[in-house]
Design a binder for this molecule. Structure first.
Ligand SMILES: [Zn+2]
Length: 309
């Protein structure tokens, strides 16, 4: 059955109760999570404001606005969520935010006073950029890899000079196609200098990119976006990226309007959320400006948040 307003509405009530009571309890951007030997720290490289209707697709505003308040231009806040995973031996950065290469019109449109570079946001939190060993870009939209590089006198260079960067091969192939639908989201300066410098490694499918850190291709938002799974001490954390940009997207039929394959988004969410609920994973979201970590539960065929930080 195709997603419809009525099915989205019916599914929303289970999430409403959970999120409605939990947002107030959610902590702010200095959250971290410890599982086994790993400490996972949320670092928000600022935020931008984007059309709420675009973020929630066919879901009517009467429903999504209960979770994300909009401003007078119908925009909602989107955190540029990055995560540092540190197991004491290796330091991994997941996503690099939106960077600082925005002109005045774009900044105004996105209600950004200025861009925030991930390297600066990390340094402010005590993570020196040269201490990052691995950078994972779940995909190459500007708001997930805009802090990959920095401008220098010699052009764009790696912002994390000692890191190996990874992304799916299919994703960079699609980025280079510059398709009319989503080409504007891909900016070569965020990744081509790293290809030329030999720092960006292309992945083919689901692989373990470091001990305990696995990526899984999860189609829906686009063909080759990946989620990131970290396992330690018998526990699992999953960064859902834009498979669930906000905690409110825990309802599988709540899919952003800009997903290229919405039916596959729903299938991917059902599959992944089922495992997340059964195995009690902690999960994180691509752009939720407040909720950093949450666990998903399944009851009577519906998913909702169990608890969050
Ligand atoms: Zn995004």
């Amino acid at each position: 059955m195709p997603p419809t307003c009525s099915s989205a509405a019916a599914n929303s009530y289970s999430t409403k109760e959970q999120i409605g009571t939990s947002v107030a309890a959610a902590k702010t951007s200095d959250n971290y999570l410890e599982i086994g030997d790993c400490r996972i720290t949320t670092v928000r490289a600022g935020s931008y404001w984007w059309d709420g209707g675009a973020m929630f697709g066919v879901v009517p505003k009467t429903l999504w606005s209960r979770h994300q308040p909009s401003d007078e231009l119908n925009r909602i806040e989107a955190g540029l969520n990055c995560f540092v995973v540190d197991d004491g031996r290796q330091r991994t950065l997941i996503e690099t935010g939106g960077g600082i290469r925005h002109d005045g019109r774009a900044l105004e449109r996105m209600r950004m006073p200025h861009g925030v570079h991930a390297a600066e946001a990390l340094a402010n939190r005590g993570f020196e950029p040269d201490s990052i060993d691995l950078v994972i870009n779940t995909h190459l939209h500007w708001d997930h890899c805009g802090g990959n590089t920095l401008d220098s006198g010699n052009g764009a260079v790696a912002a994390f000079p000692n890191a190996r960067y990874v992304v799916q091969r299919g994703e960079i192939t699609h980025a280079r196609e510059q398709h009319p639908r989503d080409g504007v989201s891909y900016r070569a300066v965020n990744y081509e200098p790293l290809v030329e410098g030999g720092q960006l490694h292309l992945l083919d499918g689901d692989v373990e990119v470091a001990p305990g850190i696995q990526v899984q291709v999860t189609p829906g938002h686009n063909r080759d976006m990946m989620v990131v799974l970290v396992r330690s001490g018998g526990q699992t954390w999953c960064h859902l990226a834009d498979l669930a940009p906000y905690a409110a997207h825990v309802t599988p039929t709540w899919v952003a309007a800009f997903d290229l394959f919405p039916m596959e988004s729903i299938a991917s969410k059902n599959e992944l959320f089922g495992r997340a609920a059964a195995e009690e994973w902690w999960c994180s979201f691509g752009h939720d400006p407040k909720i950093s970590f949450a666990r998903i539960m399944s009851r009577e065929g519906k998913f909702s948040l169990r608890d969050e930080r």
